[in-house]
Design a protein around this ligand. Sequence first.
Ligand code: F6P
Length: 501
Amino acid sequence: MSTKPHPSAANPSSAAFGSLQAAGIILDLAYQSIDQHDWADLFTKADEIGLKKQIESLLTGGLVNTSEHRPALHTALRNLDKKSVLHNGQDVMPAIAEVWQRMDGLCNKWVGVTDLIHIGIGGSDFGPRLAVQALAHSANKTNRSMRVHFAANVDSAELSHILERAQANSTKVLIVSKSFSTAETMMNAKTIINWFKAKNLTSSQIQNSLFAITSNTKAAESFGIQEENIFPFWEWVGGRFSVWSAVGLPIALQYGFDTFKQFLSGANAMDQHFASAPINQNLPCLLALALFYQQGKHHSKAYAVVPYAHGLELFPFWLQQLDMESNGKSTDRQGNSVKVSSPAVFGSAGTNAQHSYFQLLHQGPEIIPVDFIAVKAAMSTLPEAQDHHNALLANCLAQAQALANGKESTDPNLSYSGKRPSNLIMLPKLDAYHLGALLALYEHRAFCLGALWNLNSFDQPGVELGKVLARPIEDALKSDAPLDSHAFDDVTASRIEFLKK
Ligand code: F6P
């Protein structure tokens, strides 16, 4: 990884293709059309907010989660060379390495497991679910031919679909929750235990089938999980940054611990780039500055991310939590109101996306910046794979070109304004290493955007109110007693009345 300034680094939008590169991932900003002068202003802004210092603070355990007075040390989870990382004066690496060892041990131990059910939601679900799907075509599955299922939703439809297919006697369950108190996860866990009982498993068989991954190990023990089946992580790992911890266990169990290590290693390479590259060549910083610029220029309330890789179909869901839970805020780090924070993020896999919302991207009155993500190598073993892949990549390049250049017509309905910004992010292949690097790239971009908007990117107080309000509604729905009309507003009370009839 070179940190030597590239001649066109002063204007990254004009940098030669491939010159902005980290951990094998190429960033092409050409269609951002940000001129040299505007890039210079953006770099000045980065200097003014002390972005370099903020990055250093993030990576060295500074209390960047200001409301909860915690560091956000997820980068330590992928610090494979185990160089010490201090939290409250203590090196966190020995505890992390111990969990790696236990994960590796479990990968070697399991024989005859037909089904693995991962129960968790939000950060305890999106990352591992994405990675298991993304690597399905490229990583070697371990030879245990195990089905991996994910259940997040409290809607029993998701779990029931899994339980119809799973073989109870040879099923293992991971209950994944940082807090070990999330309502959806606890309810799904209890339903699975009932299912085991209904299938006549003994208590000790059930106990041996249940595993917990949590930072609240006491709660997991009280729930009845055996100590040796509890994999800890720590409160300084934000939920949406937890895939690098034992939360990523399904990746290791399905594809082997070495593949999981590759995943960590790609992320670690991106961390090193983030720590050392100057801002004008630093991929996460450039991505953040470009979105910050386009948002300011076009007042965009949304941006789209479109992976041209079916394996990355779930990437937009993972990114939605990362970006919007981190930076969808209206209070800055000092408690003042802010008018601008994260745009809404949406996306889906190309080319399907083209037949959905691309009309709006091309001709809607609002300019919506787009991140195109492409993979150079084909992702299937069909004899026609390369033909499909050429068509896939051609579509990706063509859409970016159409957005940028547009097309004039005397018929306004047939004209395309063009000048619609996009990035191209190119992976050489969709393997564990580059997937890890891609996720880390976006994690660091979210941090830089938080810095630019002066937000604490590591809390999520806005998700609490709805959770609290749901409890009495659930109680009312369950109860046979007449509804206490003073307990709810009129709208909610009449909805509850309707549901209870
Ligand atoms: O959605 C709120 C949230 O707290 C997320 O931040 C978190 O990823 C998710 O719930 C699940 O939390 P837990 O891992 O504690 O079950």
